[in-house]
Write a protein that binds this ligand. Structure first.
Ligand code: BV8
Length: 240
């Protein structure tokens, strides 16, 4: 069974058609705010109110329910249900659209927008509302030490041992909706290829920085190419 394991890495592109902005497209997040100011520990130390405001705005949008899982999220949940082997989704996204689509075997390597983490006691708790310097940690009752449970640049992504064991087990590695800019996620395809004869496929709107590292590439909006890909895999047909 292990040799039929599938790993799917997703990025912001899979949530674009749900109305959530990507980072590096022309209308993306990094075109509006500087990554250094809002997605680094230094930026948080320098101006925590600015960082809280940045994540509060994204959390409100997500918690408002305006963004719903799309056909691509739903197709990956179907793959997990119907595929004969293991399916693991590793997402760089901090939204909860994969869970709401029904994915269970899911790793949020960059954290989760709807959770807070205490800098003092480490307690991770659900946090659907605004976070600010008056927020009190439910674990240690200290005020002003709860930060977004999000991995910033320069911080170690979550569950790396779990991720690498899934990459080492898989026979199919699929990247969906990611530009291949951010490491270590952008290096996963190379890791999989160094481990043996796995098939690597890129499903994206356009070629990512790492496009040439994939055996197969299929381009188009995620809500079209991902359901088609899943249908082909489940029918035992060639993809792409
Ligand atoms: C680490 C926060 C060590 C949450 C994010 C100097 C100092 C320190 C570190 C570094 C350094 N130089 C380089 C590094 C490493 C650094 C890095 O990679 N920097 C880059 C900028 C060069 N990485 C880190 O710091 C990481 N930590 O290295 O620790 C380590 C390493 C290994 C093992 C142990 C320790 C931490 C990185 C995490 C940073 N946090 N997010 C948040 O605010 O969301 S990253 C941020 O970028 C998001 O999480 C996002 O998910 C991620 C990747 O972006 P993408 O998802 O790919 O989104 P993007 O907009 O780029 O692309 C969208 C794609 O979708 C495009 O291709 C587009 O064509 C496509 N698309 C658009 N529409 C559609 C579509 N596809 C399909 N359908 C559509 N409709």
């Amino acid at each position: 069974m292990a040799d039929e394991a599938i790993v799917v890495l997703t990025g912001a592109g899979i949530s674009k058609e749900s109305g959530l902005d990507t980072f590096r497209d022309t209308d993306g997040v990094w075109g509006r705010v500087r990554l250094e100011d809002v997605a680094t520990p230094e930026g948080y130390r320098r101006n925590p109110q600015l960082v809280h405001a940045f994540y509060n705005a994204r959390r409100r949008q997500l918690a408002s329910g305006s963004a719903q899982p799309n056909a691509a999220h739903l197709a990956l949940a179907r793959l997990e249900r119907e595929w004969r082997g293991e399916v693991v989704v590793i997402t760089q996204n901090i939204d909860d659209l994969h869970e709401r689509a029904g994915s269970r075997n899911l790793i949020h390597m960059h954290g989760e927008l709807l959770k807070g983490r205490c800098d003092l006691c480490g307690e991770i708790s659900p946090w659907p509302d605004d976070l600010d310097l008056d927020s009190v940690c439910p674990g240690c009752n200290h005020k002003g030490r709860v930060r977004p449970h999000v991995v910033w640049f320069g911080e170690v992504p979550l569950d790396m041992p779990l991720i690498f064991s899934a990459l080492d087990r898989c026979r199919t590695f699929v990247a969906v909706g990611t530009s291949g800019n951010v490491y270590p996620a952008a290096g996963f395809v190379t890791h999989v290829r160094s481990r043996g004869p796995a098939r690597t496929i890129e499903l994206n709107l356009e070629p990512s920085l790492g496009a040439t590292l994939f055996h197969e590439t299929i381009y188009g909006p995620a809500t079209e190419v991902v359901p088609e890909f899943v249908e082909a895999i489940l029918a035992g047909r060639k993809t792409g």
